[in-house]
Write a protein that binds this ligand. Structure first.
Ligand SMILES: NC(=O)c1ccc[n+]([C@@H]2O[C@H](COP(=O)([O-])OP(=O)(O)OC[C@H]3O[C@@H](n4cnc5c(N)ncnc54)[C@H](OP(=O)(O)O)[C@@H]3O)[C@@H](O)[C@H]2O)c1
Length: 378
């Protein structure tokens, strides 16, 4: 029987994945920072419990993540996990452990270390990011008023939107956005065609990267769940996920990176935040492709059956929608007649999202639609 460690097992995806894997006959070892009967306790921030969690695992599905502390959990935590895998294989002096022990030097850690002020942390704190904040721009106030017939988006709304939206601008990197039209499908499909079971097949050549290839772990397959657009939408959290992907690629453990689009409940959460001031404030040109969590769990179960891709795959919902459609359907599903304020948001993050940075044409896709999800939820 395959022993499968699932980090982040208590989260939205983990909650769907654990029973799915049990159904497939895995001996699932769910991990959490909290003590729970039948679970292992492990903290990616401190490394506590990781060695025990990893020992004897054949497969690891790494879901744990923290948008509040992406440097500490997604980047350093992934590095600690990789070190634990190597430790379990007996290579106590491997690259990953040295990295995990000493290195405060990577950009992501550096950024996350001092950054009580980082955008991602602030954004995911009390005033978490909504589609509204992506869509509402201070500079668009005049247009907004014209579009809403001069009627009154309040000063509070304008100021909230303006201050929220100014934040991502400070974190942007032009280069990421320049690739907004890059063909993720091509990448995913090309990679899907690659032979499985090798290493470094997605261009992350291990040789010459300072990577110690010795001490390959006993873990046969490490699956890392990332987000579609981490390479195209210049958000700080996404940059951390991209850095974590690279740690997985260079880990020496056979792996699959699965980039997934926004989960249905997460998309609803963003819409709720976008409506927190009363009217629903959106950029109607944003493109989204929300996916059902059960479909993601199925896809991961399938990938475990296939074995390591040693590459990066995309997985998203069945429909690419603009935010206008998504928002209108959401309001209709809950018979909510609130006003919708439509804005074109400025900035590189918004541009990347309008250009489809959060979407993919990769197949297969999930099967459950946004409408199906909303009908069941409301
Ligand atoms: N949400 C989305 O729409 C979406 C879309 C695409 C990809 N993803 C990716 O999918 C993965 C799962 O997302 P999700 O929404 O299911 O996550 P989630 O509900 O936010 O859960 C996060 C999990 O991370 C664990 N965690 C946080 N800090 C930890 C630490 N220091 N040590 C160990 N575990 C820690 C938590 O476990 P405990 O609290 O039990 O310790 C929790 O189970 C993430 O990698 C995310 O980036 C999410």
């Amino acid at each position: 029987m395959t022993t499968t460690l699932v980090t982040g097992a208590s989260g939205t995806l983990g909650t769907a994945l654990v029973p799915r894997l049990i159904e497939d006959g895995h001996d699932v070892r769910p991990a959490s920072r909290r003590a729970r009967t039948g679970w292992v306790r492990a903290d990616l921030r401190t490394g506590e419990g990781l060695a025990d969690a990893v020992r004897g695992a054949d497969v690891i599905v790494h879901l744990a993540s923290s948008p509040r502390n992406p440097g500490g959990i997604d980047v350093s935590g992934t590095r600690r996990l990789v070190a634990a895998i190597r430790g379990a294989a007996g290579s106590a002096t491997g690259w990953a452990e040295r990295e995990a022990a000493g290195s405060a030097t990577s950009w992501a850690e550096h950024e996350a270390a001092g950054s009580a002020t980082s955008w991602a942390e602030r954004e995911t704190g009390d005033s978490a990011t909504g589609w509204a904040e992506q869509g509402a721009a201070g500079s668009a106030t005049g247009r907004r008023e014209r579009e809403t017939g001069g009627s009154a988006v309040s000063r509070t709304e304008r100021e909230s939107a303006r201050s929220a939206f100014s934040r991502p601008e400070r974190d942007e990197t032009g280069s990421a956005v320049d690739r907004a039209n890059g063909d993720a499908t091509g990448r995913a499909e090309a990679e899907r065609g690659l032979p499985r079971g090798g290493s470094g097949q997605d261009g992350s050549d291990e040789v010459g990267n300072g990577h110690d290839k010795g001490g390959q772990g006993e873990v046969r397959h490490l699956v890392y769940v990332s987000i579609i657009g981490v390479d195209r939408v210049p958000l700080r959290y996404y940059r951390a996920k991209l850095a974590a992907e690279e740690i997985v690629r260079r880990s020496g453990t056979p792996y699959t990176i699965l980039r997934v689009s926004q989960f249905h409940p997460f998309a609803v959460g963003l819409l709720e935040k976008s409506a927190r001031l009363g009217p629903l404030i959106i950029d109607p040109g944003f493109l989204a492709q929300p996916v059902d969590v059960a479909d993601v769990a199925d896809r991961i179960a399938g990938l475990l059956g296939e074995g390591p891709a040693n590459g990066t795959l995309d997985f998203a919902g069945p429909q690419i929608m603009n935010l206008d459609e998504a928002a209108t359907t959401w309001l209709a599903a809950k018979a909510d007649h609130r006003r919708v304020v439509r804005l074109r948001a400025p900035g590189k993050v918004a541009r990347a999202i309008r250009a489809g940075g959060l979407t993919t044409t990769a197949t297969p896709t999930g099967s459950r639609t946004w409408e199906d999800y909303l009908a069941a939820r409301y």
